[in-house]
Design a protein around this ligand. Structure first.
Ligand SMILES: NC(=O)c1ccc[n+]([C@@H]2O[C@H](COP(=O)([O-])OP(=O)(O)OC[C@H]3O[C@@H](n4cnc5c(N)ncnc54)[C@H](OP(=O)(O)O)[C@@H]3O)[C@@H](O)[C@H]2O)c1
Length: 373
């Protein structure tokens, strides 16, 4: 069973440059977060939690005490653990945020759920749908929440897109185009390019446009998401490590809607979203990392009447929205976070499986006879 809620309160103090939420006897319920791993995204998420209204940073776990202590110097007041096991055994942690490279997600998500912790697991949830199924089963067995950390799903810009599509502002949507690619220099030691770390663009960033296309395909028919009935693709694999450098896919949905998605490492793409309907089109310049804070998020609607700028005020930071959406779901006793459900993650992983199959990308660890990690 899930760890029970403490009833600490929010007493925000500024330390180390960040507002660190600390438990206080009179405050509303706050979710106690444990961060598992101390890399790049773990820090970004921890900054989000530090500003969160519904949660606070309780502890960090790393494969080394040195890393955990370095992390805690940035986020003072949190407990440090020199192993992931110790973090999971910490009774003061209610939710674990898993920020390891992709291949380690499944092991630690399953173990976190078995330890009674709610799980927010970085994207992609796993290497494939089978791994996602194992995580879903573990979460169900322990009655804890599992969410794949698609932070853009918790940003108000995404809610506005869904609302407009559902309201029929674009008429019938026939075509979606979206890309996510960035110029990372080749480095065989980096998780992005490594076969052992399940590198490549499809899993690292292609998961975003696939999830967006499925989300909007669903919105058009009043469903939380829709899965494609056909996935075709092409791509180029790195000659040394065999991970995908560049890949594109065409998804065909049961409504007839077609989505073209692309992902890349080593070349930057425009990383926009375009949604074309019978009555108009949307152009969203930052669909996956929308603006937050003082500057509102902006996107554009073109109809017969001309082009209109839609602005969305987003007063929190990206990871703060995510941490708060997760904590609210826990506080409300929900089984899932509505912004990204388990069924949605299963469908996303299945689509990524089909995209990878279309370009012949199988990771070494997925091959038959490969010793388990
Ligand atoms: N949602 C987003 O905006 C976003 C952005 C970037 C990345 N991500 C996702 O977050 C995950 C981590 O990405 P990252 O860029 O933060 O990676 P990173 O900087 O390389 O950090 C990964 C951390 O995982 C731990 N780890 C455990 N096993 C490891 C292993 N075998 N090799 C290397 N590190 C290992 C390490 O922490 P310890 O040494 O402390 O154990 C390491 O610092 C990926 O799945 C990625 O897709 C999400």
């Amino acid at each position: 069973m899930a760890a029970p809620f403490f009833c600490p309160t929010l007493d925000k103090v500024t330390r180390g440059g960040y507002e660190q939420a600390m438990p206080h006897p009179d405050a509303p319920k706050m979710l106690a977060w444990g961060i598992l791993a101390t890399g790049r995204i773990a820090r970004s998420f921890a900054r989000g939690v530090s500003r969160s209204t519904h949660g606070y940073l309780a502890a960090v776990g790393s494969r080394s005490l040195e890393n955990a202590e370095r992390f805690a110097r940035e986020f003072p007041g949190i407990r440090t653990h020199s192993s992931y096991e110790a973090l999971l055994a910490d009774p003061g942690v209610q939710a674990v945020y898993i920020a390891t490279p992709h291949p380690q997600h499944v092991e630690w998500a399953v173990r976190a759920a078995a330890a009674g912790k709610h799980v927010l697991c970085e994207k992609p949830a796993g290497l494939n749908r089978d791994e996602m199924l194992r995580m879903a089963g573990a979460a169900r067995a322990s009655s804890v929440i599992f969410m794949e950390a698609f932070m853009y799903r918790c940003h108000p810009q995404t809610a506005q897109l869904i609302k407009m599509v559902r309201a029929g502002v674009l008429g019938e949507i026939r075509l979606i185009q979206s890309s996510f690619g960035f110029n990372a220099p080749f480095d065989p030691g980096s998780r992005l390019w490594s076969n052992a770390a399940a590198g490549g663009g499809i899993l690292d960033v292609g998961c975003y446009p696939v999830s967006m296309a499925r989300l909007l395909a669903g919105a058009m028919v009043g469903a939380p998401f829709l899965d494609p009935i056909e996935v075709t693709g092409a791509g180029q694999l790195h000659p040394e490590t065999g991970v995908d450098l560049v890949a594109a896919a065409t998804l065909r949905f049961p409504t007839g809607l077609v989505a073209q998605v692309a992902a890349s490492l080593g070349i930057e793409q425009d990383n926009t979203l375009r949604v074309y309907g019978t009555r108009g089109m949307l152009r969203v310049p930052a669909p996956y990392q929308p603006a937050c804070g003082v500057e509102p998020a902006r996107f554009f609607l073109r109809t017969e009447g001309g082009e209109e700028t839609i602005t969305v005020v987003a007063p929190s930071t990206l990871y703060e929205f995510e941490a708060d959406a997760f904590a609210r779901a826990v506080a409300q006793g929900l089984h899932e976070v509505p912004a990204m459900t388990v069924a949605d993650s299963l469908g996303n992983m299945a689509t990524l499986d089909r995209w990878r199959a279309a370009i012949g990308l199988v990771y070494e660890q997925e091959k038959i006879g490969h010793p388990p990690a």
